[in-house]
Design a protein around this ligand. Structure first.
Ligand code: TXA
Ligand code: MG
Length: 331
């Protein structure tokens, strides 16, 4: 299948073999994970890493996550694995979690953006896992979108974001979670959540049984977790559910085209300039659909997306984090 100018292959065994060969040659392959699609490069090939940053338009000092096939490989890339990291790895790997650990010399400065730490992830998705096994080394993979934009949760979105910048897209259908992995810094002192995700603060606290620095959109500690990130073209605004209709009318009467991202319960009358995009009522469902809905608002030419935030609990925390960043000031 060809979408635009991208090569997209259904991710069967032959396609995975070809993808691994492309990575060995220093090429770029987009592949599905349980969170979002990743844009992969050989993490031990400097030229491939340069091409990766260029394809994304990503500043060189923003570290990328290194993906591994197996938890047992972690020790090859770090100086030590503290007790909290061991507990988290045992509980949540393989899965939608990234651990920031102290790196050893084997890890390229290009991967870490010059930091003394590295973000490692062992994905559970069968295609990501098969690709890592077939390739036989670590794969550096940021989310498969251009820098600052909304991550991709299906192959079609990757193709529209990256077109000829990627050598092959492995199509594995829509991603389960729909939001990027939970990032936990366990490199020193008190473990801290740098980016909330499907592995929730509540789950993490139950496993490590020690104080946890809470996630904070206001004080980003990870380079790359900028105030404005994960943004569609439309302006995003968080509005409490009961106020959605009046806010939408305000925008519409000033000539703006508005998308209202409701939760099944929202009653906003659609009219010429107001489009209702109904999201699933449960938070897992909304996480799964969120980026596709934001992209849909762009496709429909909306100027503004109004969205009612979920409760600050479970994966709702991660949804609010992404919405706040999408709503953040644009550079
Ligand atoms: O779910 C995910 O994590 C996806 C899939 C493809 O694995 N990847 C992803 O990568 O979201 P990316 O590059 O879009 O976001 C990685 C985040 C960035 O905010 C980066 O700053 C942070 O991870 N990060 C990576 N290494 C780090 C480190 N050593 N210290 C602190 N933050 C780090
Ligand atoms: Mg990203």
């Amino acid at each position: 299948m060809t979408l635009g100018v991208s090569r997209v292959l259904s991710a069967d065994a032959a396609a995975i073999r070809e993808a691994a060969a492309i990575l060995r040659r220093g090429g770029l392959v987009a592949f599905p994970t349980e969170t979002v699609y990743g844009l992969g490069a050989d993490a031990e090939n400097e030229e491939a890493l340069t091409a990766l940053f260029a394809a994304k338009g990503r500043p060189a000092d923003h570290p990328v996550i290194m993906h591994l096939a197996d938890v047992g490989l972690v020790e090859n890339f770090v100086t030590d694995v503290p007790p909290a990291a061991r507990k988290l790895a045992a509980a949540f790997w393989p899965g939608p979690m990234t651990l920031v650990l102290r790196r050893n010399k084997r890890v390229s400065d290009r991967v870490t953006g010059g930091l003394e730490t590295v973000g490692l992830r062992v994905p559970v998705h069968s295609i990501a896992h098969a690709l890592l096994v077939e390739f036989g080394g670590p794969i550096a993979a940021p989310s498969a979108n251009r820098f600052g934009r909304v991550s991709c949760t299906c192959a079609e979105h990757v193709a529209s974001e990256l077109d000829e910048r990627v050598d092959l897209i492995l199509d594995g259908g829509p991603c389960d979670v729909g939001l990027e992995s939970t990032i936990i810094d366990v490199s020193s002192g008190q473990p801290a959540i740098l980016r909330p995700g499907a592995i929730t603060q509540e789950q993490i606290a139950a496993v490590i049984r020690e104080a946890l620095q809470p996630p904070s959109a206001e004080s980003p500690r990870a380079p790359g977790t900028l105030a404005s990130h994960y943004a569609p073209q439309a302006h995003v605004e968080l509005v409490e559910e009961p106020l959605l209709a009046s806010r939408a009318k305000e925008y519409a009467s000033s000539g703006k085209k508005v998308a209202v991202l409701g939760r099944g319960t929202a009653r906003v009358a659609a009219c010429d300039n107001i489009i209702c995009l109904d999201g699933p009522p449960d938070d897992e469902g909304l996480a799964h659909e969120l980026y596709a809905l934001l992209r849909r608002a762009d496709e429909l030419g909306c100027d503004v997306v109004l969205v009612a935030p979920p409760e600050q609990q479970g994966i709702g925390t991660a949804i609010i984090d992404r919405l706040r960043r999408a709503a953040g000031p644009r550079g």
